[in-house]
Design a protein around this ligand. Structure first.
Ligand SMILES: NC(=O)c1ccc[n+]([C@@H]2O[C@H](COP(=O)([O-])OP(=O)(O)OC[C@H]3O[C@@H](n4cnc5c(N)ncnc54)[C@H](OP(=O)(O)O)[C@@H]3O)[C@@H](O)[C@H]2O)c1
Length: 267
């Protein structure tokens, strides 16, 4: 199936998971559109891709996707390109860590706009084209946090639950319609990227856990999920199995485990 795809748009393609996925898709000779809000970082990402894959076609677009108008503007600009988008990856995201009352209200609102409105608006825009061609794939990056309440990552976790449930629902609707368009909810465990720093989580135990993976592992998990037409993936097989086992525990236990993992290192 992946061989039918010619192009991909990756939000948050300038670093971490998005960048590693861009490299994997460049290797497979797809045309790339990378979107994030930092122009310098985008240009750096483009140069790094071209260094490894000089023939790759990479376009960068700088948009703050927490701003609805900027998301609409992105759709208009992509429409003007000479190529349709076959794979849409809604990956841009960040977290706010701490008790709700200690978090920045405006930052949390931006996070919700980015991960919910941004994912919704871009998916809705591209899905019609994909369905009419009966070809395409929407990859929405959720998190392991989607599966339970997450004290100190409350708003982030709830956004990821929204992404997970919405994506799984759409996937089910498309398969009922007999459509070949894929929708995949990707649910990574902690990943070593800039995410930790941007969420001011350097003091959290989370990233010291044995469940922590590299962004390459997540990129590989996404590629495999596209190839095998899966609609849900926890990257790295043993972590997927561990998640399925953990899901059987009572919710109060899962909340306790989550709290322990998110604790500060000095506790
Ligand atoms: N790392 C983890 O532990 C982990 C675990 C589970 C799920 N995830 C999810 O994986 C996704 C990718 O995160 P990552 O770990 O790769 O972190 P990352 O390295 O910090 O990458 C985040 C990307 O999102 C972009 N972004 C952030 N705010 C944006 C905005 N307002 N508009 C446009 N782009 C924006 C960033 O671009 P700029 O640099 O230009 O801001 C960057 O390219 C996120 O959705 C995250 O929630 C991460």
């Amino acid at each position: 199936m992946l061989s039918n795809y010619r192009s991909a748009l990756i939000t948050g393609g300038s670093s971490g998971i998005g960048f590693k996925l861009a490299l994997r898709l460049a290797e497979l000779e797809l045309k790339l559109v990378l979107v994030s809000e930092n122009q310098e970082q985008l240009i750096h990402a483009k140069k790094s891709i071209l260094k490894q894959f000089p023939r790759c076609h990479v376009k960068v677009m700088c948009h703050d996707l927490s701003d609805h108008e900027a998301v609409e503007d992105l759709c208009v600009k992509v429409k003007q390109l000479d190529t349709d988008i076959d794979i849409l990856v809604n990956n841009a995201g960040f977290a706010t860590w701490g008790n709700l009352l200690d978090t920045d209200h405006n930052k949390e609102r931006s996070m919700m706009s980015l991960m919910i409105d941004g994912t919704y608006t871009l998916s809705r825009y591209f899905i019609s084209q994909m369905v009419s061609k009966d070809l395409g794939c929407i990859v929405n990056v959720s998190s392991i946090a989607a599966f339970q309440p997450n004290p100190t990552l409350a708003t982030y976790g709830a956004c990821k639950s929204w992404i997970y449930n919405w994506t799984r629902s759409i996937s089910e609707e498309l398969s009922e319609l007999g459509s070949n368009v894929q929708c995949i909810a990707v649910c990574p465990t902690p990943v070593r990227t800039n995410f930790q720093k941007s969420a001011s989580m350097d003091d959290s135990k989370l990233f010291d856990s044995p469940f922590t993976v590299d962004p390459d592992d997540v990129a590989e998990g996404i590629i495999k999920a596209i190839k095998s037409k899966r609609s849900r993936v926890v990257p790295v097989i043993w972590l997927e199995m561990a998640q399925k086992v953990t899901q059987r525990l009572p919710e109060s236990w899962r909340i306790w485990i989550g709290k322990k993992m998110l604790e500060r290192k000095d506790v």
